[in-house]
Each structure stands twice: as structure tokens, then as C-alpha cells.
Ligand binder design. Structure first.
Ligand code: NAD
Length: 424
């Protein structure tokens, strides 16, 4: 049936009223759409304040990765992901990395860039220099917008002015360089950029259009290295296999996209669990992967003198502990408490450590037994549930699927039907 999606005032309704409205509009039953309706009233009230037109919430599995030692300190790391094997692989590789001291990290100061696009400057080169001449006025005006951030040691620190030659126009682009301390910083730097616009127009004699942060957070890199014991990984051939897999990703963007996706499996799970902006981190990471002009692997692998595998990873990491959902979402608040991190830089470093562990885990599986063995046995549980298995039936279906070697929905349905017919 066709649906009329024009619902005046939809946003003004309460979540239960919105749910009722979409049931009516969709022509489906409440039962059909029950999965969209909220079951937790308290969480629903919070969600309704976080986003728009909310009808429910989406629970995602929240696992805790074990075995992580980072800079000599142990962490229990919350990871939110719907994908099987992710938390297991990270925990597993963390236990291998532990043998040689765990993960060692470092990170840049939390510097974000806000862009101000100037359109139609008659003298772009001279306009660029006039902006530099007014550097202090621009910084002072930016810092007036966020006295708290300045008090905490952050704030606008510098400017950089670029000329961007676009298809048919030349833009003068002012970068405001801001230390955002323990914030992700998007709102903070956007506010500053908007406040600067009239002064930038006055200085350049041209019009300002965009005033927004750049998600290319390449002054805010987090780095990690770890040594993985050769024997614990499965021996020299597995180490060589991982290095071959890495070299493949370094040379081929088709492989690099999947390689980096594996890194993001770990990174995004912690970013999400801590209420941070997953899209901002994804955008920054993939942009960084192409920083050399060609998309490539974000991580590197090499061998030490003893034949152990040494993995390294460097990624922009715009995450915070204040602002956004980190302060409003109860799961994020508990996740940050569990991590026990003292600042945004420490959180960024924990996150890249998980990214590296995840990447190594995927490459190890690919180079040794193949990814499907571990992945599929966990995936089999999802398939069994999708086929309708319940309670004891789930493990029975999983075991038969694995014995049969085909982890597919049609097989699971057939196995379940057989089980039920035989009363077992
Ligand atoms: P925010 O504005 O809620 O919090 C930052 C503010 O908190 C600072 O300006 C400061 O005044 C204050 N603060 C208090 N204690 C602080 C401390 N210890 N360190 C730093 N600041 C402290 O949030 P934000 O971090 O500026 O913005 C994050 C939000 O912006 C996220 O929800 C993100 O999704 C969203 N966002 C992202 C984009 C993008 O990535 N393109 C664009 C717009 C908005």
C-alpha cells in the first residue's frame, strides 16, 4: 500500500503518539512494528531529548574487551557493536600483545580546525595576507566565545589561510586552529567560526559562506604500537601471512578499504559505547588513509629481530568526554567510568589500541584458519535466532549448522523444522 508521509506537527507529538501515528500511516499492525516501539521509558525520555521524531531506541550489544594493557595500565574496554567476533578478536589479540608489554600509545594535543570559506574576494592573495595581519584580533574574538574553554587551557591558538582553487572560483579559506581540551569540539569550533564571519568579511571585502569544522582532524592524531609474540600468533608462517596481508592492503585500495574497515570495527565500537560521534571518526580516518594522494592501509606491520610481529597505527581521533551524547547517555557515562580515562587524549589512545588489536585479529584469522571459521560460529547463533530458534533450540541448531558446514538461513530453518518435528 502507499504511505502518505506528510505528517504536520509530527515532531510535536510524544514518542508513543508518534508510534501510533506511524502504525496508522503504514497500514501495518502494532505487532508488525513492535520492534520500533520503546520498551524502556526512562531511556526513551532521554532519547527524545537527543534526536528528533523519536519513536524508540535501538539496543546494540555492549561487550567488554578484556586483556588490554596500555602504557602499563590495564583497561576494561566497553565496545558497542552488532557484529559477531569483534569483541572476541580484540580481547584475543590484546592477550597476545600482553606477552611483550601490551600497547604503547601517544597522541597530539586535541587540536581541531574550523573552516571559514570566503567567496568572491577581488584580491585573494592580498586578502589572505590581510587576514594574517589581523591574527590576534581574530583569535581574541574567537576566544571571547568560549571563556570556559580558555580557562581550561584551550581555545583558539592560531590561524592558517589557504587559497583553494575550485572548478570555477577561487576561495580564500581561513582555518581557525583550536585546542578543544576534553571536548570532541565540533560545537565549540563552529560557534567560534560563526562569530568570526563578520570580521572576516570586513577584512577580506568579500562574502563568507561556510563556517564549520573540518573532520580531517589531522592535528589530532592518536598512535599505537604493539609487539605480538610470534609463537602465540601461530608461528612464523602466520606472521609472514599477516605481513603479506598488510602489504596487499598498502598496495591495493580494494583491499585497503576492507583492511581499514576491520580497524574501524574496533575503533567505532568504543567510539559508540562512549557516546562519541562515529561518523566524525570514520570521516577523519578514511581521509587520513588517503592523505598521501592514494587510499591505503592505516596500519603498518613489520617483524622485529626475534621474528615477532610489530603492528603500528596512527589515526585522527576527534573524541571527547564532555559534550554531545557523552554527557547525556547513561550507557556512555558508565562506559567512560569503566574505562577510567582522565582526559580525551587518553580515550583517543585507548581507542586506537583497540583498532590495532582488531586489525591484527582479522589479519591473523585471514592468514591462519581463514576468517569464516571464527566468524561463522558466532554468526551461526544469529542465523539460528533469525530462523526462529528459541531457548535450547539455539545451541542445537548452531551445532547442526556447524556440523553441516553451511551456516545459512534456509539450512537453519530446515534444521529447526526437523528438530521440532522430532520433538527434540
Ligand atoms: P559541546 O559544545 O556540547 O561541549 C564543548 C564545550 O564544553 C566547550 O565549548 C566548553 O565550553 C565546555 N567544556 C566544559 N568542560 C570542558 C573540558 N574539560 N574540555 C573542553 N570543553 C569543556 O560539544 P562539542 O564537543 O563542541 O561538540 C560535539 C558534538 O558536536 C557532537 O555531538 C557531534 O556529533 C556534534 N557535531 C559534529 C559535527 C561534525 O563532526 N561535522 C558538526 C556539528 C556538530
Amino acid at each position: 500500500m502507499s504511505v502518505n508521509s506528510r505528517i504536520p506537527g509530527f515532531y510535536k507529538l510524544t514518542p508513543p503518539e508518534r508510534f501510533k501515528t506511524i502504525v496508522e500511516r503504514s497500514g501495518l499492525s502494532e505487532g508488525d512494528l513492535a520492534g520500533l516501539a520503546a520498551t524502556d521509558g526512562k531511556m526513551l525520555a532521554i532519547a527524545d531529548r537527543m534526536a528528533e521524531n523519536v519513536v524508540g531506541t535501538l539496543p546494540i550489544p555492549l561487550g567488554v574487551a578484556a586483556n588490554f594493557t596500555i602504557n602499563g595500565r590495564d583497561y576494561l574496554i566497553p565496545m558497542a557493536t552488532e557484529e559477531p567476533s569483534v569483541v572476541a578478536a580484540a580481547s584475543n589479540m590484546a592477550s597476545v600483545a600482553r606477552i611483550h608489554g601490551g600497547f604503547h600509545t601517544s597522541s597530539d594535543q586535541p587540536i581541531m580546525i574550523s573552516q571559514i570559506q570566503v567567496v568572491g574576494a577581488k584580491d585573494p592573495q592580498a586578502a589572505r595576507l590581510r587576514l594574517y595581519e589581523r591574527r590576534q584580533d581574530l583569535l581574541d574574538l574567537a576566544n571571547e566565545q568560549d571563556p570556559l574553554l580558555v580557562k581550561l587551557g584551550g581555545g583558539a591558538k592560531d590561524i592558517e589561510v589557504r587559497i583553494v582553487e575550485a572548478a570555477s572560483k577561487t576561495y580564500v579559506v581561513l582555518h581557525l586552529i583550536v585546542d578543544v581540551r576534553d571536548a570532541m569540539g565540533a560545537n565549540a569550533v563552529n560557534t567560534m567560526a560563526e562569530a568570526l564571519a563578520p570580521l572576516v568579511e570586513q577584512i577580506t571585502g568579500a562574502r563568507v559562506r561556510l563556517r564549520i569544522l573540518s573532520n580531517k582532524a589531522d592535528r589530532r592524531l592518536a598512535r599505537v604500537r604493539a609487539t605480538y609474540d610470534c609463537q602465540a600468533l601461530g608461528g612464523p608462517d602466520v606472521v609472514d601471512g599477516i605481513i603479506d596481508a598488510y602489504a596487499f592492503a598498502a598496495a591495493d585500495p580494494y583491499r585497503a578499504a576492507t583492511h581499514n574497515k576491520g580497524i574501524m570495527n574496533g575503533i567505532i565500537a568504543v567510539v559508540l559505547a562512549t557516546g562519541n560521534d562515529t561518523r566524525a571518526v570514520e570521516a577523519g580516518a578514511h581521509c587520513h588513509a588517503a592523505a598521501g594522494g592514494r587510499y591505503t592501509s592505516l596500519s603498518h606491520y613489520e617483524k622485529d629481530d626475534a621474528g615477532n610481529l610489530v603492528g603500528t597505527l596512527e589515526v585522527p581521533m576527534a573524541v571527547g568526554l564532555v559534550g554531545g551524547a557523552t554527557k547525556t547517555h547513561p550507557v556512555a557515562q558508565a562506559a567512560v567510568k569503566l574505562l577510567g580515562v582522565q582526559g580525551a587524549q587518553e580515550l583517543a589512545e585507548v581507542i586506537v589500541a583497540v583498532g590495532l588489536a582488531q586489525n591484527t585479529g582479522a589479519l591473523r584469522a585471514l592468514s591462519a584458519e581463514g576468517i569464516q571459521k571464527g566468524h561463522m560460529s558466532l554468526h551461526a547463533r544469529n542465523i539460528a535466532v533469525a530462523a526462529g530458534a528459541d531457548g535450547d533450540e539455539i545451541e542445537k541448531v548452531v551445532s547442526r549448522l556447524k556440523d553441516g558446514g553451511h551456516v545459512r538461513l534456509d539450512k537453519a530453518q530446515a534444521v529447526l523444522a526437523e528438530l521440532r518435528q522430532s520433538g527434540g
